[in-house]
Design a protein around this ligand. Structure first.
Ligand code: NAG
Ligand code: NAG
Length: 314
């Protein structure tokens, strides 16, 4: 085996490492929930190409707006497809674009060849379907999560209630509020009218309060809006709540891979140096054995990168 072939796995590893969205370590891009329809479309069908153009349009639109909708009309009526994305109001344009791109790739993984799919990341929401849902208010609970109990901290509880009440009375598609260490946020999907948004948000906030009673954090996602809050205590659990743990582990994995990569790079430099300095046959032989070891290390790094990719596709 020549030198070049021994570098192939390393190169693949490097490419896969750098093509990873580094941003995925931030909480805005971590998954909250995803869902897919039962029905599937046929591979290489017109529906599939319409879906691809829809998803491409969504990713492009997210570079200049925080909400947009598309209807792709195919050559036949059954190939029509509807889709939209909504970034949380506080996301900057580049962050919104990154988030939507990440959602689109997540949908592909979660919903292989399904007629409809939806993904909510911490910072954005993406949905597509062949049945129209654009401009339709929908208050179905799609995801709910409550943290552990605050306990007897009535002070925090009353601040939480005040924050939720303020969120309900503030108008707008995106609402944010805080009191002390309690923070709350509410967001409507941009296709709702102000009246529908108010109705949806009030519903989400009401359910959040009743369902997550005395929890240190709560998330209530309805089909067209959501409301969330967290208290200072929830920082122990996290920023992204359940997702934070995986994000920490992700950073650890990332550090391990970087460490491995650095080790491999050092070995290559060292061995190249040995090879140049020692032209003696015996040394070449020794280096040859070391090169085999290095090849092993490269494959190890290669495997590590796969493990890393697998980890992030969860
Ligand atoms: C969506 O696609 C599925 C499968 O192709 C089909 O059964 C269903 O009727 C379609 N829905 C609409 C609204 O076209
Ligand atoms: C969809 O997008 C078009 C063009 O941006 C806009 O005119 C329309 O109001 C949108 N529809 C909904 C339901 O948001």
């Amino acid at each position: 085996m020549g030198r070049s072939s021994s570098f192939l796995p390393l190169l693949t590893f490097l490419v896969s490492l750098f093509s990873l969205p580094i941003h995925s370590l931030s909480s805005t891009d971590s998954l909250v929930f995803g869902g897919c329809t039962q029905q599937k479309y046929a591979p290489n069908s017109p529906y599939e190409s319409n879906l691809n153009s829809l998803l491409t349009s969504l990713v492009n639109a997210a570079t200049y707006s925080s909400y947009n909708n598309y209807t792709i009309i195919g050559s036949s009526p059954q190939d029509v497809i509807y889709g939209l994305f909504q970034c949380q109001g506080d996301l900057s344009m580049p962050d919104c674009a990154t988030c939507v791109a990440r959602s689109v790739s997540q949908i592909g993984v979660l919903c292989p060849q399904t007629c409809g799919g939806a993904v909510q990341l911490q910072g954005c929401y993406v949905k597509y379907d062949n049945a129209t849902f654009l401009g339709v208010e929908d208050k179905t609970v799609v995801f709910k999560k409550c943290g552990p109990s605050i306990g007897y901290d009535t002070d925090t509880l009353s601040r939480r209630d005040a924050v939720l009440a303020a969120l309900a009375s503030t108008g707008g598609q995106y609402r944010v509020g805080g009191s002390g260490d309690v923070q709350g946020v509410a967001q409507c999907v941009g296709d709702l009218s102000p009246g529908e948004c108010q109705d949806c948000a009030s519903d989400a906030i009401g359910r959040l309060k009743s369902d997550c009673g005395g929890a240190i954090f709560g998330d209530m996602f309805l089909a067209k809006c959501y409301a969330r809050y967290q208290t200072g205590d929830s920082h122990i659990y996290s920023n992204g709540h359940h997702d934070h743990i995986s994000s920490n582990e992700g950073e650890k994995t990332f550090a391990i891979i970087i460490g491995l990569l650095a080790g491999v790079a050092l070995l290559i430099i060292f061995l190249t140096f040995i090879r140049k300095v020692n032209k003696l046959h015996m040394f070449v032989k020794v280096t040859g054995t070391a090169l085999n070891f290095m090849k092993f290390l490269e494959w190890f790094a290669f495997g590590g990168s796969f493990a890393y990719l697998f980890f992030f596709s969860q």
